[in-house]
Ligand binder design. Structure first.
Ligand SMILES: O=C(O)CCC(=O)C(=O)O
Length: 226
């Protein structure tokens, strides 16, 4: 039987699975991110760490991602995000349009190109993004008081949107997506999402893992493939 969250993901562009990680898995991940990030509020290149690669390949995560993207899917980028008193940041409404690749190439429909912390990024055509999904693993309870994502349900079906369209869609209806500690939020990259500063910042730790289902065209290669 198809799980309800799969229907939610297809129709709304996001879904919450309240219990993905056990208490001991959460505790272990908290320790790992503390060491890896040195207590900073963000860490890119998470898939360089063996413990993240193991997590991305674990039965726990594969059993969620395979029904979404198929058995051949793989993790392509990992980022750690926290909100803490000295870095209580906000993100305006946007779609996740960039992917990390090995190096710049000439593939048609790809661009503009950029670099984030030395890693080449590019905006791929819509079809690539439509075949991707992200899982955000929450290491703390997260609600509207401490940086839960705000999303526009169904916006993942509308392709790449202009800033005006994003702002208009956001004004006409966004909602908070609370996720409990140990839970996971799945979403499609084209879903409009945003996040607010925390009203009482202590921690809001999220391990964010992006997955794709196929190789890139035109001689391009994913920067990570786990
Ligand atoms: O973690 C957050 O609060 C925002 C993350 C985000 O906007 C993103 O991953 O694109």
């Amino acid at each position: 039987m198809r799980p309800t969250w799969l229907f939610d993901l297809e129709s709304n562009g996001f879904a919450v699975i309240p219990q993905v990680l056990s208490a001991s898995q959460v505790e272990k991940l908290r320790l790992e991110v503390e060491v890896a990030s040195g207590g900073e509020h963000a860490l890119r290149g998470l898939l360089d760490f063996e413990w993240v690669r193991e997590l991305a390949q674990s039965e726990t995560i594969r059993s969620i991602m395979e029904p979404v993207l198929g058995k051949e899917c793989f993790a392509v980028r990992g980022i750690f995000f926290d909100k803490i008193p000295r870095a209580n940041w906000l993100v305006p409404p946007h779609q996740d349009l960039s992917i990390a690749v090995m190096e710049k190439g000439e593939a048609s429909g790809f661009g503009p190109w950029s670099r984030k912390e030395g890693v080449v990024h590019v905006q791929p055509p819509r079809t690539v993004l439509e075949n991707m999904a992200t899982i955000r693993l929450h290491l703390d309870d997260c609600d509207e008081t401490n940086g839960a994502l705000r999303v526009v349900a169904g916006s993942h079906l509308k392709g790449k949107l202009s800033n005006d369209d994003i702002n208009q869609a956001t004004r006409s209806g966004e909602k908070f997506v609370p996720v409990p500690e140990g839970g996971g939020m799945l979403f499609r990259p084209l879903l409009i999402h945003a996040s607010s500063p925390s009203a009482a910042p202590s921690h809001r730790r999220v391990v964010h893992l992006e997955f794709a289902a196929s190789e890139l065209p035109g001689g391009l290669n994913w920067r990570w493939k786990v």
